[in-house]
Design a protein around this ligand. Sequence first.
Ligand code: NCD
Ligand code: ZN
Length: 358
Amino acid sequence: MTRITLPGLIDVHVHLREPGGEHKEDYASGTAAAIGGGITCVLDMPNTTPPTTDAAQLRAKHALARRGARCDVGIFVGASTDNAETVGGLAPHACALKIYVNSTFGPLRVDDWQLLERQIANWPLTRPIVTHSEGDVLPRVLELAKRHAKPLHIAHVATRQEIETIAAAKDAGQPLTCEVTPHHLVLTRDDLPRLGPLGDVRPRLAAPDDRAALWQYLQYIDCVATDHAPHTLAEKHSANVPPGLPGLETSLPLMLTAVDDGRLSLEQLTALMATNPARIFGLAPQPDTYVEVEVGRRRQIDSTGLQTKCGWTPFAGVEVAGRVIRTVLRGRTVFDGDRVLAEPGSGRVLYGYDENEE
Ligand code: NCD
Ligand code: ZN
């Protein structure tokens, strides 16, 4: 058994559900889950109710996050059918623009190609554009980004076809980054009979060959991001199953297990979970911020003691070889391996408004 210190991790894809989905998660519970998982900065998605697509909603979300966050939070704005000419003005207070080209949970969608082109063309170069662009739409999205010389970050790459498309575009010199989720690295559709509705997620769990391709093309992958998307167990077991699963507390243990198994080096883990996310999203370093982990002792993940409000994990029963024993944010122990010690509101919200703007 070994103890290792890692930098505070950054998760560039989380859904903290405020406003409108507080019964699933809120800033206080979601950031408790983050620090319990060794993550000290999260970037929060815009598919809330209402969605974060204008100045009033972005401001309201900043206020909610300032009150609730226990770690640092950056807030995404979302592309909608009616904000292509205005959303760029929100860039100074947003971590990035999210464009949903495919259907998923929530109403945000840009599936008209002319509109998509305007959204990509109008967004300033100061912050990244992140796309949910699965399967056949991916090459067309890459083409539009190339035409307008905009660097893209591709969310949750899940298939061989997608990672091979991205690898080819990167090799051809296109400015492009991408993330994969721990669930696509660990689970496949073969797990669906066991998981039932708990395994329903977008992108869907894929074939074993797709999972193998993600590992094979690891050097083309820039970030591991959880796509932490909590829904209640009642919702997951309802007739209308919402896609999405939680991941903040299991991401690092799963990736440390890959290190223990010799599939990943600690240097790669640090690049995927801290340094690359910081570089791609231009995030300032968090001084005196680190995570202490214990590696080597095997245990099974279970659903007890989770910080996420949804209270379940699709990885229950999965054997892992890593555990977070302490998370330190700006010199303060915010998680002691057992308890969350940071209060709501002690985290920072990135790209805030001036006091007199509030
Ligand atoms: C996400 C959600 O629930 O907000 N669901 C999911 O399956 N990943 C939406 C998303 O990121 O696609
Ligand atoms: Zn998501």
